[in-house]
Design a protein around this ligand. Structure first.
Ligand code: AMP
Ligand code: ZN
Length: 504
């Protein structure tokens, strides 16, 4: 009995939240690990943002939707999440694009940053706590670079500063590669300036037609990897919970970020868990701006609903490779309709569009049928949590959400006696689960409700007149009285039925 009580306690409401163990795959340890936040009930996460020189494509969307779902799941469990998504607004590619188009690097990066933010918002990706831009952190980058030189981890050559990877004994541990293999595999042009071919730039000396900032080593601009160390630690501290990005960033970007962080802040610093999304491919090739095979998010959104795109992305595990298929995506339009149907049916039974379901809950005696329904909801909820706790297994979790939708439809059509409380609870739990996937955002009626009202009223009046013609007076009177109770007064005149509002 006690065990049963405990289990019910653990699995219901807030009591469950922090007792549920999340296991996630940590790229650093290459195994599933229990997630233990540094600060109780809080998650601090950093995800590498885009280099803004071209349109946001569905490959980016895959990564950002995946992390958005992870963030939303933490929030579902009651964690407070700080989510940082940076914008790389200065980089070789931006400069190249600017020079090609005869524009300034700033014009290019501002234009594409704006479009990126529009795109991710259109995809219902929740707002990040901050969207830091590299160029807002030049001072901090210069300071950290100086510190690395002071500590003996970096060296300057001809106005550029390089990080010396030989100084980090376990360099390569994140990507699980040995230094020798990395050197053999690295397609880095031999650079006489570097002590080790894997050394990477913290600061790049100015070249003609490039923007520059002043530094102790002369004019130049920051290298890529150090920017994320600066921005992550600025907002999240020297040690934080999760660092994410696509699989393509493990090496060299994240390996190098980690090397910098260890050198600056100590061996145990930086992200505790490294999460990487599998790449979205198209005909087996990575979708990428440089391979010219991108499908921009905004093009896709002209034909498919953002929420269908989200469901499609959620239908594959975030770590697996996903080969893009328009036919597969199209199927999720149907899935989305099934999800909305359950929502609309619930609203039709509740009798109004509810934005405050929690407040409407009444302390009501629940009958046997209600208990059975609520137990089934709990089972669905627990299996959803189990799926998500298992390294955010969204394909399984999505199948449970769909099962929930079908269950709602069947309960509403088959059970005669359901309390209002039960229906509201179904509504609340269903929406909470849907919110993890970021769907069912469009809950308002997709029509002009005022116009619809006049049309429906005409329909009712037409029906009533039909009954009058058939001399079915009691039905006709009943309709008139019910309309009257709703504040609509009927006046049957010679040629037409008029109606007016009860004003007082
Ligand atoms: P980028 O614009 O290349 O700097 O990438 C920004 C983020 O999107 C990084 O986390 C990348 O790993 C991720 N990303 C880029 N292309 C893809 C892709 N084809 N599939 C999944 N993630 C991607
Ligand atoms: Zn980064």
């Amino acid at each position: 009995m006690l065990i049963l009580y405990l289990l019910t306690y653990l699995y219901q409401g807030d009591g469950y939240l922090y007792r549920s163990k999340i296991y996630l795959y940590n790229t650093a340890s290459k195994r599933l690990e229990e997630f233990i936040p540094r600060v109780k009930n809080e998650v601090k996460m950093y995800v590498c943002g885009p280099t803004v020189y071209d349109e946001t494509h569905i490959g980016h969307a895959r990564t950002y939707i995946a992390f958005d779902i992870i963030r939303r799941y933490f929030e579902y469990l009651g964690y407070k999440v700080t989510f940082i998504l940076n914008i790389t607004d200065i980089d070789d590619k931006i400069i190249r694009r600017a020079n090609e188009e005869g524009k300034s690097w700033k014009e290019i990066s501002e234009y594409y940053t704006e479009r990126f933010l529009e795109d991710i918002r259109a995809l219902y990706i929740k707002e990040a706590s901050h969207y830091p831009k590299v160029t807002e952190f030049i001072n901090e980058i210069v300071n950290l670079t100086s510190l690395l030189i002071e500590k003996g981890y970096a060296y300057e050559v001809n106005g550029s500063v390089y990080f010396n990877v030989d100084k980090i004994p376990d360099y390569g541990s994140l990507s699980g590669q040995r230094i020798e293999d990395l050197i053999a595999g690295a397609r880095v042009a031999v650079d006489p300036n570097k002590k080790n071919p894997l050394d990477f730039a913290l600061w790049k000396a100015w070249k003609p037609r490039e923007p520059w900032w002043s530094s102790p080593w002369g004019p130049g601009r920051p290298g890529w990897h150090i920017e994320c160390v600066v921005m992550a630690t600025k907002y999240l501290g020297e040690v934080f919970d999760i660092h994410g990005g696509g699989q393509d960033l493990v090496f060299p970007h994240h390996e190098n970020e980690l090397a910098i962080a260890k050198a600056c802040f100590g061996k145990e610093s930086f992200a505790r868990y490294w999460l990487h999304t599998g790449l979205l491919t198209i005909k087996g090739e990575k979708m990428s701006k440089s391979l010219h095979n991108i499908i921009p998010v905004r093009d896709l959104l002209k034909k498919y609903r953002a929420e269908a795109i989200r469901l499609y992305i959620a239908s594959s595990h975030y770590r697996s490779q996903l080969d893009f298929s328009i036919d597969a995506l199209a199927q999720y339009e149907v899935t989305l309709d099934t999800l909305y149907a359950a929502h609309d049916y619930l609203v039709s039974v509740i009798g109004k569009n509810v934005s405050n379901a929690e407040e409407l809950l009444e302390r009501e005696e629940v009958g046997k049928v209600d208990k059975e329904v609520l137990e089934n909801v709990n089972v669905l909820k627990n299996s959803f949590i189990d799926a998500m706790n298992n390294d955010f297994s969204t394909p399984k979790a999505l199948s449970i959400l769909l099962k929930f939708a079908r269950y709602i439809t069947s309960v509403l059509s088959e059970y005669e006696e359901l309390s209002r409380t039960t229906i509201l609870k179904l509504y609340i739990e269903y929406l909470k689960m849907a919110e993890v996937f970021g769907v069912l955002n469009e809950r308002k009626p997709p029509v002009d409700v005022e116009k619809l009202f006049y049309e429906l009223l005409s329909l009712v009046i037409e029906l009533r007149n039909y009954f009058r013609k058939q001399k079915m007076w009691s039905i006709a009177d009943n309709i008139r009285d019910k309309l009257g109770a709703l504040g609509i007064l009927i006046n049957d005149t010679k040629y037409r039925t008029l109606w007016r509002w009860r004003r007082k």
